[in-house]
Design a binder for this molecule. Structure first.
Ligand code: AVI
Length: 323
């Protein structure tokens, strides 16, 4: 049977003096109020995100998933004669582990799988399910914030980072460079990284993807307020905020906001935060990149683009980086 190595159970930041609290307070004190999108992913938020991935309008998930078998076939050839010790795939922000399957099915060199995610319960369930289907794979779940450096369990296998879904787009370009540099440190010299990168495209396609007709993205967005109420004791009325998302062409990103429907005051700890009608909390950016733009960004973090895959109509891209 498969080996599940060292499950780390570290609560993320739920206490009143913890990181979550400090981040929320400092975000709400800004002139443009903001919250980090990493806090979307509690159990319910992860569930909403899985629902988003099934929406017609949300092209990134299925487009990347359809591209991954081709990626896997090419990676299989690429790694066929590079090192007998095989590959340790390290997935950053592993979520539901749907994306790793095409790689596990198609790349013979993969021996080990290290899955890092902030949502512990979700991660451990997903790893247990994966272990049933891949009995000879070594699986290591790590509960934690993938944007911070971490230590991999010692292994002779060559590390290959995996960061699908265009999650890199949720970091601003400077943070994306920091993340890629920190991932390079975690993975080490002579390592690789496979990333999903969403492309710049028709604005209507982008706007539809973040404004679905069923309102799932709106629920996903507002859930961050429900989470702050539950875990930090705030008194947000989530229905007193409107979901708003649009493509900002100048910045090359889709922005998500929560806009106050009325003049209102929200209490958190000892502070009251005032909202004007229409005033927003900026909850997420989703940057879109031309391949050349992304290649340049990766180079600043010490990575070279070895291979690119583009989906039909250039709707989404996958890149293999090496160092
Ligand atoms: C996880 N991430 C890549 C998604 C995105 O498209 O930026 C999160 C998301 N936000 C709204 N819909 C999906």
């Amino acid at each position: 049977s498969s080996t599940v190595i060292r499950a780390q159970a570290k609560p993320v930041a739920e206490s009143i003096d913890g990181e979550f609290y400090r981040d929320v307070i400092s975000g709400l004190r800004q002139r443009q109020k903001q919250l980090s999108p990493k806090y979307f992913y509690d159990a319910l938020g992860s569930h909403y995100f899985d629902q988003i991935c099934q929406l017609d309008e949300y092209y990134p998930y299925r487009t990347e998933l359809n591209l991954l078998p081709d990626v896997a076939a090419d990676l299989n050839d690429y790694f066929a004669d590079r090192g007998a010790e095989g590959l340790n795939v390290v997935e950053f922000g592993a979520g539901s582990l749907h994306k790793i399957k095409p790689l596990l099915d198609g790349v013979a060199a993969i021996r080990r799988f290290t899955a890092i995610d902030i949502s512990g319960a979700h991660l451990h369930n997903a790893c247990a399910l994966l272990a049933e289907h891949y009995p000879s794979l070594e699986i290591q779940p790590i509960e934690g914030d993938f944007t911070k450096p971490l230590e991999l369990a010692p292994s002779a296998a060559t590390p290959m980072g995996f960061f699908p879904g265009s999650t890199i787009g949720n970091l601003n370009p400077t943070s994306a460079i920091h993340f890629l540099a920190s991932a390079r440190k975690t993975l080490g010299d002579g390592s690789y990284m496979v990333l999903g990168v969403d492309t710049k495209k028709d604005e209507q396609v982008l706007n539809r993807a973040y404004n679905d007709r069923e309102g799932v993205t709106a629920r996903f967005n507002k859930n961050i307020l429900t989470r702050i109420n539950r875990e930090l004791g705030a008194d947000f009325e989530p229905d007193n905020f409107d979901h708003s998302a649009w493509y900002n062409r100048e910045r090359g990103r889709v922005e998500m906001h929560l806009c106050s429907r009325s003049e209102q005051s929200v209490r958190l700890g000892k502070e009251n935060f005032q909202f004007r009608i229409g005033e927003s909390i900026h909850t997420e950016n989703s940057y879109k990149y031309h391949p050349e733009e992304f290649q340049q960004l990766a180079a600043e973090a010490g990575w070279q683009a070895e291979k690119w895959w583009l989906a039909e109509d250039n709707l989404f891209s996958v890149v293999l980086l090496g160092n």
